[in-house]
Each structure stands twice: as structure tokens, then as C-alpha cells.
Design a binder for this molecule. Structure first.
Ligand code: AMP
Ligand code: GLY
Length: 423
């Protein structure tokens, strides 16, 4: 079949790598792709914000299946447009993407269906929100309702921080439309787990767990980022915990979305906190995590096109979880200096072939080719070095050996991915 993959980051390079190995994929095009993807697929110069252009690209191929990597085009309704044309899609409708696109929608759904999550209130009025924060006290968590590129959550350890977050969003308009409505919720404690499940709209299947290293610095210090590394499986994964999360969160969500006329098709990524009172849902994403996906793809033993086909609603309705390889995978993210606040780009990068040793893959996240064809950094997160091993320790050793072969003196990365396993 002809596949169009939408996106151009490390997640999409990993998805392209897995799709290129599929026995079912004859032609793979990626919009817009990146220099790493260009080595294994055809890149189409259409950005992820150009929904009309993406629809035209899918029709032009013509694509049998469109795999949508990032949340933006999902929330903007790309999957609806494609389905209306009879094109197979991996990814939810705009209505179902509200699970990620509106924190208030998600919290209300949890409340209606008894899905465990932090107690919360919703606000659009600044005075009411400030009064609630003052009455509640700290710690407390302030979340803007809409998509905010990972910057919309403030875990406030003091009342002043929480009040400032309310001010920023509701009085300052810092997040525009996305921040006109807030969720303010109770602070929870515990290790975090990224939990991935697949759904065809009716049934849900477990896929995998992972751990995401969110803070910029070793030991979990410094500002939050899009993700500095990931490991899979999560060290705290057990069959009992997987079943508990499927039973208390994933299945009730899939059932509720179907019952409310917004069936969820695609990958449901739950951010879960393992509290002393049991697993609690922090958020849903309606797509693969980045960089969790890069680790997951190296662990996947099944053909990704089969796995995805079963979640488009048109597949073989396979109910078992995808087969995963034994052992662990570690993904280390190499970022530009200054990331996440002010990344400095344009550095020459080499050594990728040397890093590509047995069991090590290098995925491009933010790179470009200059006029002479040399590779240069072109974003905050630049490269992902991913390795599998029989044990977490072996995967970690291989991944960092790969990092050591990359010729880029100014690269910044965490040294403790896979070693330091607390949040
Ligand atoms: P979210 O985008 O909702 O996952 O929030 C981003 C990060 O904020 C999470 O990964 C957690 O580390 C933290 N966080 C979110 N909600 C809470 C909460 N209720 N209590 C403590 N930390 C939270
Ligand atoms: N790694 C976090 C995310 O993809 O949202």
C-alpha cells in the first residue's frame, strides 16, 4: 500500500524507519520529513499546519493510509477530512482529539465516567480563579485548557506561582485562545509512566509503557522540555498494573468516547502518575510520545503497518497486544545549546554513520542539509540516539556509546537516561 506519514521530527523518523521495513508498505511519502527521513522515504514539502496541502498530497499520491504523527493536524481535523474522502487514517477525529486538545473536556469526561484523576475546577474568570487558588493554597497545578506546546502546565509549589500562572493566562492572554479557560487541580505525587494503547474506536489494546525524562538536567533538575530521553519498558511495568490502567482508564475512555458519538481511533497515550492511592490520569495525548515513540519502534517485533491497520477501524480486528522484543530500549536526545529557552542552531554535525553500530539507530529530530550537503542542527531537539539491549543497562551502554561517536562538540544531553529512574 501507499502510505503518507505526516510530520518531520524524531518521532516521525522512527515511524518512517518502522514503516520502511514493513512488508505491506510499497511506497512511503512523508510530509514534510527531514534529512534523516529523506534517506529512507520520499519527502513532500508540505508543513504539518497546512491541512489543505496535506489532504491534496494524500489524494495526489494516492495514499491508502495516512499516519498522522503530531497533535496539531489531528485537532485541526485532518483525519476527518481524509476519512470523508475514503482514505484510511491512523489518528483520531477532531472531536476525539479533544482528549488532548482540551484539558477541561478530558477532566469532565473523567468525572462523568469515574476515571481516576486529580480533583479539579474549571475557570474562565480571573477573579474566581485567583480566589480559588487563595482558598486552596499550594501546592496546586494550573493548566491552560488548549494546546500550548508543552508550556501550559504550571506545577505551583507556592500560592504566588499559582496566582502568577492564573494572571499570565487569564489576564495577560499569554496563551491566546488556548489559555482563556483553565483547569486548576490538586497536586499529586509519585512516579510517572507513559502508557500507550491502541484503539479502533470500539476495543482497546495495550501497546507499551515508557518513561520520559522531561527535565533538561541530570537528576531531573531545570526547566521542563519536550523530552530529553526515554526508556521502554517502564521499570515499574507489571502485568497487574497494565491491567489496572486498562480497566480504570483506557477501556472506560474508549467506551465513553464511543457512547458519546466520538469514537477514538489511533494511539492513546496516557500520562499516568502512580500515587499511593493507585494510578491517576494526568493527561491524554492522542498520538505517540516524542521521544517515547523512538524507543517503542526499536522494541516493536510486529510489522508496524499491521499494528496501525488494526487501529484504523479497517484492519483484521486483532485483539492481542503487538508483540514486543525482549529486553529494553534507551533513547537519548541530543539538543542544541540553550535548549529549551533559546536553542542555538547551525552547528555542523558528523559521526552519524559511526554511531550506527549494531543495535544503534540515529533518528533526526531537528536537522537540515546546508548548500554543500553537510548536516547542521536546525532545532531544539536535534538527534535521537536509540539502542536496544538484553537489559536496561546494556541498552544504556550501547546508546551512550553511540552518543560518544557523534561529532558535535556543543551537543547537550542528559547522562542519566536509563540510570536515574525516578521522575
Ligand atoms: P500534563 O501536560 O498534564 O501531563 O502535565 C505536564 C507535567 O506536569 C506532568 O508530566 C507532571 O509532571 C506534571 N503534572 C501534571 N499534573 C500534575 C498534578 N496534578 N500533580 C503533580 N504534577 C502534575
Ligand atoms: N514526551 C512527551 C510528549 O510527547 O508529549
Amino acid at each position: 500500500m501507499n502510505v503518507l506519514l505526516v510530520g518531520g521530527g524524531g518521532r516521525e523518523h522512527a515511524l518512517a524507519w518502522a514503516l520502511a521495513r514493513s512488508g505491506r508498505v510499497e511506497a512511503l511519502a512523508v510530509a514534510p520529513g527531514n534529512p534523516g527521513i529523506a534517506e529512507i522515504a520520499r519527502c513532500v514539502a508540505v508543513g504539518v499546519g497546512d491541512v489543505d496541502g496535506l489532504v491534496a498530497a494524500a489524494v495526489g499520491l494516492p495514499a491508502d493510509l495516512v499516519v498522522i504523527g503530531p497533535e496539531g493536524p489531528l485537532v485541526a481535523g485532518l483525519a476527518d477530512r481524509l476519512r470523508a474522502l475514503g482514505i484510511g487514517v491512523f489518528g483520531p477525529s477532531a472531536a476525539a482529539a479533544q482528549l488532548e486538545g482540551s484539558k477541561g473536556f478530558l477532566k469532565d469526561l473523567c468525572a462523568r465516567h469515574g476515571i481516576p484523576t486529580a480533583a479539579y475546577r474549571r475557570f474562565t474568570d480571573a477573579d474566581e480563579a485567583s480566589a480559588y487558588v487563595s482558598a486552596h493554597g499550594a501546592p496546586v497545578v494550573v493548566k491552560v485548557d488548549g494546546l500550548a506546546a508543552g508550556k501550559g502546565v504550571v506545577v505551583a509549589m507556592t500560592e504566588a506561582e499559582a496566582l502568577a500562572a492564573v494572571d499570565d493566562a487569564l489576564r495577560g492572554g499569554r496563551f491566546g485562545e488556548a489559555g482563556r479557560s483553565l483547569v486548576i487541580e490538586d497536586f499529586l505525587r509519585g512516579p510517572e509512566m507513559s502508557f500507550f494503547a491502541l484503539s479502533d474506536g470500539e476495543t482497546a489494546r495495550f501497546f507499551a509503557t515508557a518513561m520520559d525524562y522531561k527535565r533538561v538536567g541530570d537528576g531531573g533538575v531545570g526547566p521542563n522540555t519536550g523530552g530529553m530521553g526515554a526508556i521502554t519498558p517502564h521499570p515499574l511495568e507489571t502485568p497487574a498494573l497494565v491491567e489496572e490502567i486498562m480497566a480504570t482508564m483506557i477501556r472506560p475512555t474508549v467506551d465513553a468516547m464511543r457512547a458519546e458519538g466520538k469514537p477514538f481511533q489511533g494511539v492513546l497515550y496516557a500520562g499516568v502518575m502512580l500515587t499511593s492511592a493507585g494510578p491517576m490520569l494526568l493527561e491524554y495525548n492522542v498520538r505517540f510520545g516524542d521521544p517515547e515513540c523512538q524507543a517503542l519502534m526499536l522494541c516493536l517485533a510486529d510489522d508496524l503497518a499491521d499494528v496501525i491497520g488494526d487501529a484504523t477501524g479497517a484492519g483484521s480486528r486483532e485483539r492481542r497486544p503487538p508483540a514486543m522484543r525482549e529486553g529494553s530500549v534507551v533513547c537519548v536526545v541530543l539538543t542544541a545549546p540553550g535548549y529549551p529557552d533559546a536553542p542555538e542552531t547551525g552547528d555542523l554535525i558528523g559521526g552519524l554513520d559511526e554511531a550506527h553500530a549494531e543495535g544503534v539507530e540515529v533518528f533526526h529530530a531537528g536537522t537540515r542539509r546546508d548548500e554543500s550537503g553537510s548536516l547542521r542542527s536546525a532545532g531544539g531537539r536535534v538527534l535521537n540516539v536509540v539502542a536496544r539491549g538484553a537489559t536496561l543497562e546494556e541498552a544504556r551502554r550501547r546508546a551512550y556509546a553511540g552518543v560518544g561517536r557523534i561529532a558535535w562538540a556543543r551537543a547537550q544531553y542528559r547522562r542519566d537516561v536509563g540510570a536515574w529512574v525516578s521522575p
